[in-house]
Ligand binder design. Structure first.
Ligand code: SAM
Ligand code: SF4
Length: 536
């Protein structure tokens, strides 16, 4: 997962890690993964992950799985759990669907395009002799045409997924995550070659569900939403050797009128503070120096144990775990964001100076229609708390343009909010009507073209804000956790505490995973360029 080397200007994400849910379809793209930053990070499996099959369950030797993830950090982390669960039962993960016995897609349905992508992928897997499945809008995957630099058109045959399914026979194809939860057994109707549909709360059951299929069952589902089993996955195969994700609250009770999350991830439930802190200690012992606490509304955390820790107390306790150098948290909901969180950041340098606080719109009228539970003024009060902090806090946000009924004046208020807050990064999306949501029935839909126009204006405005803000940082020195290495000699990348991407030069032979001091020499809207001036 090489990150950064961001030079692209078509996005506004100067700060690397967004909130939850950033597939960016219909919106601003996420930070480009520059292929020149080809850091290879191995897979890190927690403690008991290699302990073979579970008692009573026979795992065939050839049991291999391929897992592809769509969507947000929550999904990335869910996939780490899925991989951990399967590896612990003796399965082996493979890089492509060709070699896999089990093909799994961990899906996202936050915006329509994200969900479509999954069905398009499933369409690619449709067996040639299938007569049942409904029609899919798929591209021809049999041939790939590339124009060579000298003008020749190269035609490359590559194994189409369709061929893979037919040739391989007996493959198990599973849909996990939000689309699974949202569409449920409907998926079997649309794609009869799918045999497993499982939502995020049921991942612990996956080996059992796969075993049922291998024993002859044609179709299996795991679609509970109200369990807290999801926290208790005993093994997680983490993708990154320095940063560990940790879900502390699942689901969402906020019921924003445009959002599918309450339907796909179920009601809010928090994990006990003692269990969280135990895991953080184990992570620190295993060498992780950064933890990121995750939740759709992470700061709505409500400790179910007798200890009743507030979110800010939990943050402080995590920050005090020996060996932990950085604590991040995302995504915060403005309603539950209070002074105590700012005070925790002030008191603990280990807590990163970055808060992702999605606003969605600068217009109180639109916020009401969205059922966001705060007005523009109330949101700005939360921003003022951060601006008054003793150390600078970098603020980022999510915005939706073209919500039903959004007038030119409403949109103008969103633009003035950008000027007023001076965000370091904005994830902006065109409103996407989603099934079951109240906004689906709202009048005055905004045409797609107009949504696109507004998105473009917003991006231009924000890009300029980021350019100016980043240029002010030239000459300053930041601590950077090095997490990427370029193919170009002596070029590295990493993230500051504020989560800015820093590309820098250093002749050192090995820096990955180190904390170093980097002085900024130039700035772009989405990243900083620096030179290393020392180690920490
Ligand atoms: N829980 C977080 C919050 O309340 O801000 C956000 C989680 S959501 C998975 C991530 C972002 O996706 C949201 O902040 C919103 O900007 C965007 N989003 C959600 N539903 C959307 C929709 N129907 N159309 C466009 N964007 C949407
Ligand atoms: Fe969706 Fe709103 Fe919950 Fe965020 S707070 S996950 S936008 S319902």
């Amino acid at each position: 997962m090489g990150k950064s080397f961001d030079i692209g200007l078509e996005r506004l994400t100067g700060i690397g890690v967004p909130g939850i849910g950033e597939t960016q379809e219909g919106g601003v793209k996420p930070p480009l993964q520059d292929t020149s930053a080809d850091l290879k990070i191995g897979h890190y499996v927690d403690a008991s992950a290699t302990k073979g099959g579970q008692a009573g369950m026979v795992v065939p030797q050839e049991s291999t799985f391929y897992l592809e993830t769509f969507g947000c950090q929550m999904n990335d982390h869910d996939s780490e759990k899925v991989a951990g669960v399967l590896l612990a039962r003796g399965y082996r993960q493979v890089d492509g669907p060709e070699a896999a016995k089990v093909i799994l897609y961990n899906t996202c349905s936050i915006r329509e395009k994200a969900a479509q992508k999954v069905f398009s992928r499933l369409g690619e897997l449709r067996p040639a002799d299938d007569q049942e499945g409904k029609s899919f809008n798929t591209e021809d995957t049999e041939k790939e045409h590339r124009v060579h630099r000298d003008g020749r058109v190269l035609e490359k045959n590559h194994p189409s997924l369709r061929k893979i399914v037919n040739a391989g026979g007996g493959k198990i194809i599973g849909v996990l995550g939000c689309v699974a939860q949202q569409e449920g057994e409907e998926i079997f109707e649309r794609a009869p070659w799918v045999s497993l549909v499982c939502g995020s709360a049921s991942y612990r059951k996956l080996p059992q569900l796969i075993a049922e299929l291998e024993a002859g069952n044609r179709r299996v589902t795991g679609l509970d939403t109200d369990t807290d089993e999801t926290f208790e996955t005993e093994i997680t195969r983490r993708d990154n050797p320095w940063r560990a994700y940790l879900t502390i609250i699942e689901g969402c009770d906020k019921a924003c009128s445009y959002c599918v999350v309450p339907f796909t991830r179920g009601p809010e439930r928090s994990r006990g503070s003692a269990s969280i802190l135990d895991e953080v200690r184990r992570l620190a012992e295993a060498g992780y120096s950064e933890v990121q606490l995750l939740g759709q509304t992470v700061n709505s955390y409500a400790d179910p144990s007798a200890r009743k820790m507030r979110f800010s107390e939990l943050l402080a306790a995590v920050a005090e775990v020996r060996g932990i150098r950085r604590v991040r948290f995302t995504t915060s909901h403005p309603r539950d964001f209070g002074k105590d969180i700012v005070e925790a950041i002030e008191a603990h340098p280990t807590i990163c100076d970055h808060v992702h606080l999605p606003v969605q719109s600068g217009s109180t009228a639109v916020l009401r229609a969205m059922a966001r539970t705060y007005s523009r003024e109330e949101y700005l009060e939360k921003i003022a708390l951060m601006k008054a902090a003793r150390r600078p806090i970098s603020i980022t946000t999510d915005m939706i343009v073209g919500f039903p009924g959004e007038t030119e004046k409403d949109f103008e208020e969103t633009l003035t909010l950008l000027d007023e807050v001076q965000y370091d990064s904005v994830f902006a999306f065109k409103y996407s009507p989603r099934p079951n949501t109240p906004s689906l029935k709202m009048a005055d839909a905004i045409p797609e073209e107009e949504k696109g126009r507004r998105l473009g204006i917003l991006m231009d405005r924000q890009r300029e804000i980021q350019r100016v803000r980043n240029e002010k940082l030239v000459g300053e020195t930041f601590e950077v956790l090095v997490d990427g290495k370029s193919r170009r000699e002596n070029q590295w990348s990493g993230h500051t505490s504020s989560n800015r991407v820093m590309n820098f030069a250093s002749p050192e032979r090995e820096l990955l995973g180190d904390y170093v001091q980097v002085k900024v020499v130039s700035a772009m809207p989405n990243s900083l360029v620096g030179e290393m001036v020392g180690r920490m």
